[in-house]
Design a binder for this molecule. Structure first.
Ligand SMILES: [Fe+2]
Length: 236
């Protein structure tokens, strides 16, 4: 499986605290079947502002450690989770923030109360600058209400849609399933921040999804769709 949304890099945002925690997060992910991980530290203009160089360096450090502990078939890629604002598309173009695995897919988050119009505008804005927005944990935005019509439109505009694995156990589970059935969700990711709170485990609901949607649809959600991103990465 491929996890496209994680806060596994140490000491850079509100995710992993240190290298030891990062390695334990990775080992846990590995144990539950994840083999590819995109590190997506927060980029929020005023608070989290790690530079691409820092992100590259920490990603490399994790990959070196992975080799040391013998998890040869596990790999970490660089990236960002970008809180959208008016500077986002310029920052993407200038390389001040990173696309997922350094591709033109960009993981974009919004404040929970964001207006639907703002999301639509953001998607257009990012598309115009040559990037493809992946909307992070879409189930969190109250005003979108997991409305199939809205998700359909956003995807038509060129957005891709991610939900958090942990939400498959929450109140929005039914709505998520309905939109999944309609093919409106592209990725299940962990959004893992640590070992306990939202751990970096992807697959615990995969069986359930397979049962509800079929094995092929589950494979797309947990693996194949993300594989298309990695296929474009310079770090293959
Ligand atoms: Fe996140």
């Amino acid at each position: 499986m491929i996890d496209i949304h994680t806060h596994v890099l140490p000491g850079i945002d509100d995710g992993s605290r240190d290298l030891r925690t990062s390695m334990r997060m990775l080992m846990m992910a590995y144990k539950y079947g994840t083999r590819r991980v995109i590190a997506t530290p927060h980029f929020r203009g005023d608070r989290y502002t790690a530079t691409p160089d820092q992100i590259y360096r920490l990603t490399e450090q994790l990959n070196e450690n992975i080799q040391t502990v013998g998890l040869q078939d596990l790999k970490v890629y660089p990236g960002n989770e970008i809180l959208y604002d008016s500077r986002t598309s310029r920052y993407l173009r200038e390389g001040r923030v990173l696309g997922l695995a350094d591709t033109t897919y960009a993981l974009i988050e919004f404040m929970p109360y964001v207006a639907e119009e703002e999301v639509r505008r953001a998607v257009m804005d990012i598309r115009m600058s040559g990037f493809r927005p992946v909307i992070a944990h879409v189930e969190r935005y109250d005003q979108l209400e997991m409305d199939p019509d809205i998700l359909y439109d956003l995807r038509e505009q060129g957005a891709r849609i991610q939900i958090n694995a942990s939400s498959l156990e929450g109140k929005v589970k039914r709505r998520i399933l309905r939109t999944m059935k309609e093919g409106l969700i592209d990725f299940v990711a962990s959004d893992g921040h640590g070992l306990e709170h939202r751990p970096m485990i992807l697959g615990q609901n995969r069986r359930y999804i397979e049962k509800k949607l079929g094995t092929e649809a589950a494979r797309d959600l947990y693996c194949c769709n993300a594989g298309e991103i990695l296929a474009e990465s310079p770090y293959r």
